[in-house]
Design a protein around this ligand. Structure first.
Ligand SMILES: O=C(O)C1=C[C@@H](OP(=O)(O)O)[C@@H](O)[C@H](O)C1
Ligand SMILES: C=C(OP(=O)(O)O)C(=O)O
Length: 426
């Protein structure tokens, strides 16, 4: 599927400079993680529902298309997406693009269908890990051919379910995937993790919280163990919060320009991992406040480096690394070996591309060290990774002559990111 959210922009894109402190209040598009969970739950629910203020981007369009091809109907014409569950028929194909949530969350739903569902995606998607999910689905009684993309799930209309052990040290999405459809399996699902610590735990908490909103019984009291009771998934309307992880470059703009940026509708309580930006930016010297206007970040005179374990919030690493490259003291970002399996090997990509612009970076197996160094212009390559583009534009706001390659790749989770960004710096 071509990318409808891919805006036509100059490539490489001259990242606009912030020549003065940026003062802005922004309304950001909805959360990818919340939208794609809401769509999956709506598709396996016991009646129609509405996903209000759904994110319209490549990842969510691919999810809507996948669920529609399985037999649910997702009407994406308005701002509020209407989902009507239907008989899950199978004998179809699913394009995962580069969306981890589509490649991991849809196969457990396909197991409930009555036909063969073939999965494939972008070239790099064939390298992203999914074997643990597919092995778990086999153990739960589903016929699955393959251990990586392309693979096929052959549904028989019902899934025995039961107990399964997975190693989710490469991605929290392995656990979320098994939980989201698990209530529809005959014996539910009881998932245990065995291996190095699971990354991105807030994302599993988000899955559990949303399942409970749908009336599903989930026991997550034991360490590394999650049990979903069999039963109906109640149809529930969701209102999607703004994507707090995608707020990172906008808040970073305040940090690097010494300006003030407010993100409207920042929730007081949220399951989104991106909420950690409040503490991260405060640790870097920003003034951070949350009130009825939203989350406001005021940049400091001098940005401090940080020593942070980002294991729970790895998706923030690219924007944070860009800030660290511009900081006046050294930084160490740790605990993020798993982001080598994201849209690209993000540790290698960040070390290479920040390094090409003059940053003093050391790549470690599980993180990055950055020391203060004068940066200069040049082409910042993005490897089809929306968050690499975010890192590039943040550096470009502070450094003359940064050209961001394929900035349109941001359409994965943000429609017309470049236009929106340029508007703030005009
Ligand atoms: O479940 C989700 O919505 C996500 C989980 C995380 O994945 P990993 O656990 O693979 O880091 C996160 O990085 C990704 O952007 C979204
Ligand atoms: C890791 C990410 O995406 P995905 O959902 O494709 O895993 C991300 O958005 O940072």
């Amino acid at each position: 599927m071509t990318d409808p959210a891919r805006a036509a922009v100059e490539d490489p894109w001259p990242a606009p400079r912030a020549h003065r402190p940026v003062e802005a209040t922004v309304t950001l598009p909805g959360s990818k993680s919340l939208t794609n969970r809401a769509l999956v739950l709506a598709a396996v629910a016991d009646g129609p529902s509405v996903v209000r203020r759904a994110l319209r981007s490549r990842d969510t369009s691919l999810m809507a298309a996948a669920l529609t091809s399985l037999g649910a109907h997702v009407d994406t014409t308005g701002e509020d997406w209407r989902v009507t569950p239907g008989a899950l028929a199978g004998d179809t194909s699913v394009d995962c693009g580069l969306a981890g949530t589509v490649m991991r969350f849809v196969p457990p739903v396909a197991g409930l269908s009555t036909g063969t569902v073939s999965f494939d995606g972008d070239p790099h998607m064939r390298k992203r890990p999914v074997g643990q999910v597919l092995g778990a689905l086999r153990a739960l009684g589903i016929d699955v051919a393959g251990d990586a993309l392309p693979f096929a799930v052959r549904g028989t209309g019902s899934v025995p379910g039961g107990t399964v052990v997975v190693d989710a040290s490469a991605s929290s999405q392995f656990i979320s995937a098994l939980l989201l459809a698990g209530a529809r399996y005959e014996r539910g699902v009881d998932v245990r993790h065995e291996g190095a610590p699971v990354p991105s735990l807030p994302h599993i908490d988000m899955t559990v919280a949303m399942l409970r909103e749908h009336g599903v019984g989930v026991d997550d009291t034991g360490p590394d163990r999650w049990s979903v009771a069999p039963g109906p998934v109640r149809a529930v309307n969701h209102l999607i919060e703004p994507d707090l992880s995608n707020a990172a470059p906008f808040l970073a703009l305040a940090a690097v320009s010494g300006g003030t940026v407010t993100v409207r509708d920042w929730p007081r309580h949220t399951t989104q991992a991106g909420d950690a930006l409040r503490d991260i930016l405060a640790a870097m010297g920003c003034d951070v406040s949350l009130d009825d206007a939203g989350l406001t970040v005021a940049g400091p005179d001098e940005l401090h480096g940080v020593d942070l374990d980002l294991h729970d919030v790895g998706e923030l690493a690219p924007a944070v690394a860009a800030l660290c490259a511009l900081a006046t003291t050294p930084s160490h970002l740790r605990g993020i070996a798993h982001i080598r399996g994201h849209e690209t090997d993000r540790l290698a990509a960040l070390a290479t591309e920040l390094g090409r612009l003059g940053a003093d970076v050391t790549e470690h197996p599980d993180g990055l060290e950055l020391r203060p160094a004068p940066l200069h212009g040049g082409v910042f390559r993005t490897y089809a990774d929306h968050r690499m583009a975010h890192a590039g534009v943040v550096v470009g706001a502070a450094v003359d002559g940064v050209l961001v390659e394929d900035v349109a790749t941001t359409g994965k989770t943000f429609p017309d990111f470049a236009g929106f960004w340029a508007g703030l710096l005009a």
